[in-house]
Ligand binder design. Structure first.
Ligand code: M6R
Length: 364
């Protein structure tokens, strides 16, 4: 049942405010000032590092979480693609927790990576959507993301629910490790509770995204740029666009532009720049100006303040509601999904079942 939507993907994008609210309801204590984990919880003070392993979109959720764990909790994180990790057979030092992220919980490479860590990692954790899956069953502690069934092959609501749970873990770690006090934790959690409202506001921009995508659908290639927390999201935006519209898309950390990809910029190249007005905004804007000086067509995804500061010469500006900087990856996922969705619809591709792809990759 597509619930009145043309595609499961559209339905699943629209469900994000409510499933994220469900996940918060599950993990927050009644007063909403603390994060509730299962009985045997996680002792983040006993850990020196976390290694996170996943594939595809779940891998980009891990890359985002690395910024959160390192910046909020001072806990070093390594992130790896499951198919690389399992065959590289890296050492897993003591006091390392291994964390596996998977919507299906059945991805062959991720499961093999988990089995490799058995008997090596101090703790095997997983963040999954399917609680009875192999990855959940074989973990010491499986944390559900509560996204509900995801049918569209392109992952949307599972991604933002993975991010929500990973952010809660990073905040829990920050609190346990004395990086934030009770009030600071409660403050971040209250900002998080406001996220579904911000997502609803962004959903109301559907027609703006559709118009933007109409123009994007004429391109053969697209480049996504972001810095900091927006870099993994740029990777996810490029993957979404590739998967369902078949437009060749690449993502770079903005600072890498000069080291090669700037050679690609011409009048035909749309460049999607993801840049809320955060500490790195000015740096990203200067990269954006380099793109525009070479004729590149910029689609800027930012907030009202960012739009005021950088609107000049931008091809299209998509203005998201103002939100705490830590939460921007979850909110800015929505315009990335919407652009990919409407581009695919404009091109007439099979949105829910893109060619050559399977929902769950259970063989290598
Ligand atoms: O079920 P999993 O989360 O382990 O799946 C991982 C990837 O196969 C998945 O995210 C894939 O990249 C999606 N098609 C992305 O939209």
């Amino acid at each position: 049942d597509k619930g009145g939507h043309k595609h499961f993907m559209a339905k699943e994008i629209a469900e994000q405010p409510s499933v994220i609210a469900d996940a918060l309801g599950h993990y927050l204590t009644d007063a909403g000032r603390d994060i509730r984990l299962p009985e045997d919880g996680i002792d983040f003070k006993s850990l020196d590092r976390i290694v996170m392993v996943a594939c595809g979109t779940a891998y980009y959720a891990c890359l985002t979480a690395k910024y959160w764990f390192e910046q909020l909790a001072g806990l070093p994180v390594e992130v790896d693609i499951a198919s690389e990790f399992r065959y590289r057979e890296p050492p897993v030092p003591e006091r390392t927790a291994a964390l596996f992220v998977s919507q299906s919980g059945e991805t062959a490479d991720t499961l093999a990576a988990l089995r490799y860590c058995e008997g090596k990692a101090a703790r095997i954790l997983s963040v999954v959507n399917v609680p009875e899956s192999s990855i959940a069953r074989e973990s010491d502690l499986a944390l559900p993301i509560l996204a509900g069934t995801e049918i569209g092959v392109a992952s949307t609501k599972a991604f933002t629910c993975q991010l929500t749970v990973l952010l809660l873990l990073a905040l829990k770690a920050a609190h346990q490790r004395g990086r934030i006090d009770n009030d600071a934790l409660a403050d971040k959690l209250s900002q998080l509770r406001a996220l579904p409202t911000a997502l609803n506001t962004a959903l109301e921009m559907n027609e703006t995204f559709r118009r933007s995508a109409q123009r994007l659908s004429e391109a053969d290639n697209a480049l996504f740029l972001g810095r900091g927390l927006m870099y993994p999201l740029a990777l996810e935006g490029a993957l979404k666009l590739k998967e369902i519209s078949y437009i060749h898309a690449e993502a770079y950390a903005s600072g890498e532009l000069k080291h090669g990809p700037i050679a690609l910029i011409d009048k035909k190249m749309p460049v999607i720049v993801m840049a809320p007005r955060d500490a790195l905004f000015d740096k990203t804007v200067s990269n954006m100006q380099e793109v525009m000086a070479r004729g590149g067509k910029v689609i800027l995804i930012t907030d009202p303040e960012g739009a005021r500061a950088a609107d000049d010469g931008v091809w299209q500006c998509l203005i998201m509601p103002e939100i705490d900087a830590v939460l921007t990856p979850i909110l800015y996922a929505l315009p990335a999904q919407m652009l990919a969705y409407h581009t695919a619809v404009a091109k007439g591709t099979d949105v829910d079942q893109p060619r050559n792809l399977a929902k769950s990759v259970t063989v290598e």
